[in-house]
Write a protein that binds this ligand. Structure first.
Ligand code: PBG
Length: 359
């Protein structure tokens, strides 16, 4: 079309002159316009859907759940409206719901009775602990649902740290032995994916070696490779009962939020040690890390939209300051755009229900 060709060539000519000359009437149009109008593709709903670069599906979701002791018992987590700790029988019901909603996997976290916590977190490798009970019960009734178990000692230690204390410091190498024992009881209970979240050096390699020699060669590892020392985990620590227990902070093992190259080194090492998938955590404030990890390594990359992110959105929605449904969907598509293959999110059942209804 002559008019559009004219405007394209005008644009090109203008660019050659470095936009320096005084604009004539025609040249007052921006280069490319009106031949190019970005709004055309956005005009109708069907067209916006057609040109969408990313899509959020139920298959992208991992649902973290909290289990408590007892039967037919639910307790709410004050700082996470809509999230409840569930006894094992109700966790099985939730697992069935996950399958119905096409959610591929859940992540199981325990609320541990303070009486069962000790210095060394020994409940972590009790084959009868709450996580193992839940995993066995869910696997027996819902075998096609993926089950992810965190590997870290913090739900079980009296001091709330992810590793063993020697004096004031977290003893990396001694902790590895405990993490290995914890991994083995979880896999033996039926966990499909182990997710080391402790940030000890060498833990992926230690776990992988132990799994191989125990014959669990197909157990997957989703490493919390780039996990930051974040204040956004606060509500989670309420949910697991670690908040009151934690002495100090986790900055000697979790990453400094100022760093990004370091995340790539962490990821590279965990891949070399035998991780099948990588996680970045927290989520929304760290989208740049997800993007770098995904483009650098091309490995399945997951994001954890953590408890504090959920709490912020829910609190604002609860006050009527944000549209909760919309920010939920917008925050989750942002992870896809950044390159995440999936998202751990407390919104999982709600968003899956919503996606099931169509847009
Ligand atoms: C345990 C663990 C934490 C989270 C997942 N696994 C807390 C922490 O490291 O202190 C946080 C999850 C969330 O905030 O939703 N190591």
């Amino acid at each position: 079309m002559p008019s559009s060709r004219k405007s394209v060539s005008l644009g090109a000519e203008r660019a050659k002159r470095g936009n320096a000359g005084k604009a004539s009437e025609d040249e007052s149009l921006a280069p490319g316009f009106p031949a190019i109008r970005m709004r055309r593709n956005r005009r109708a709903g069907w067209s916006r859907r057609l040109v969408a670069e990313n899509i959020l599906t139920c298959e992208d979701l991992i649902w973290p759940i909290f289990v408590i002791d007892g039967e037919n018992k639910r307790t709410s987590v004050e700082s996470m409206p809509g999230v409840e700790r569930m006894s094992v029988d109700l966790a099985v019901v939730a697992a069935k719901e996950a399958v119905e909603l096409n959610i591929p996997a859940i992540a199981v976290f325990p609320y541990t009775d303070p009486a069962l916590r000790d210095e060394s977190g020994s409940e972590a490798f009790n084959p009868e602990n709450l996580v193992c009970q839940a995993v066995r019960a869910i696997k027996a009734e819902v075998p096609d649902l993926g089950i992810i178990c965190d590997v870290a000692l913090d739900p079980y230690t009296s001091h709330g740290h992810d590793g063993l204390l020697s004096g004031d410091t977290i003893d990396n190498d001694r902790t590895l032995e405990s993490l290995v024992r914890q991994s083995l009881v979880q896999v033996e209970a039926g966990a499909d994916i182990l997710a080391p979240s402790d940030m000890m050096d060498g833990r992926v390699g230690a776990i992988r070696t132990a799994l191989e020699s125990a014959g669990h060669k197909d157990a997957q590892i989703m490493s919390y490779a780039a996990k930051y020392a974040s204040a956004f985990y606060g509500p989670f620590r309420d949910a697991t009962g670690s908040a009151g227990a934690l002495k100090g902070d986790k900055r000697t093992y979790q990453m400094n939020p100022a760093n990004s190259d370091e995340a790539l080194r962490e990821v590279e090492m965990d891949i070399a040690e035998g991780a099948d998938m990588i996680m970045v955590k927290p989520g929304l404030p760290y989208l740049d890390i997800i993007a770098r990890v995904k483009t650098t390594f091309g490995i399945p990359t997951f994001a954890y939209q953590v408890s504090g992110e959920y709490a912020m959105l829910m609190a604002a929605a609860g006050n009527g300051w944000l549209d909760g449904e919309k920010v939920m969907l917008e925050s989750l598509i942002a992870f896809k755009r950044a390159g995440a293959d999936g998202i751990l999110t407390y919104f999982a059942p709600r968003v899956a229900r919503r996606l099931g209804e169509g847009r």
